[in-house]
Design a binder for this molecule. Sequence first.
Ligand SMILES: Nc1ncnc2c1ncn2[C@@H]1O[C@H](COP(=O)(O)OP(=O)(O)OP(=O)(O)O)[C@@H](O)[C@H]1O
Ligand SMILES: [Mg+2]
Length: 243
Amino acid sequence: MSNLLEVRNLTVSYGTGAPAVDSISFSVAEGAVVALLGANGAGKSSTMKAICGVIPASGEVDFAGSPITGDPARRRVAKGIVYVPEGREIVGDLTVRENLVLGGYQKSAAERRQRMDMVLDLFPEIAEKANRSAWRLSGGEQQMLAIGRGLVADPKLLLLDEPSLGLAPLLVRRVFDRLAVIRKESNLAIVLVEQNLAVTMRLCDELHFLRGGRIVGHRSAEALRDKTARQEAIDAFLGAAAA
Ligand SMILES: Nc1ncnc2c1ncn2[C@@H]1O[C@H](COP(=O)(O)OP(=O)(O)OP(=O)(O)O)[C@@H](O)[C@H]1O
Ligand SMILES: [Mg+2]
């Protein structure tokens, strides 16, 4: 089976210093969850932004067997690549429902309605508050809304940037339980950026460790089920940043 996403030698430079992402290569099989782990500033968000096309990058990105390197962000969304940014970035002054509509702006009205119904079924917490301003949601509910808005676009690949950020442990579990449901029920592939290894392990198939813009290690989730192996990987690839 060919990969859904192929990233080759992806490089992102913001200025004259060392590149933020330095010749990264990895792939994501259809329906797979691949995690990127690393300390603050390792280049995780920059990698995601380059894949979805909101920042310029060099290197090659193939999606569903074709190069998308020259595609602008909106064409990548139409092809099924959807980014859920770190920090949620929902529109507080709009209602929950209006935020979901934004996610499906490239869909027909009928398709959008169907996707929104699916999302509200998946996240009953926000369905109850569909007509409220989004700023009135709790942090966890805002994260559900951000993920839900991504899902309305009917992605084939969801780029999820730190969905656990700022959430209490109970809410983290709830959000990740819901992601596990989506995984089981669809063929959605996910690139997951997380600093929390324990949470990441619940969902992913493989993990890449980033440091200074480079991939410094790769493990299957299977290989890290063992506690000692997990600690070794943390020590080797994440160091004190994982504490
Ligand atoms: N818009 C920008 N302009 C200049 N430098 C940037 C910009 N965005 C990120 N950087 C730099 O690029 C490097 C990688 O940042 P990036 O946001 O990709 O890291 P990250 O792994 O997502 O970190 P975090 O865990 O803190 O979210 C950092 O050194 C950061 O300072
Ligand atoms: Mg980041």
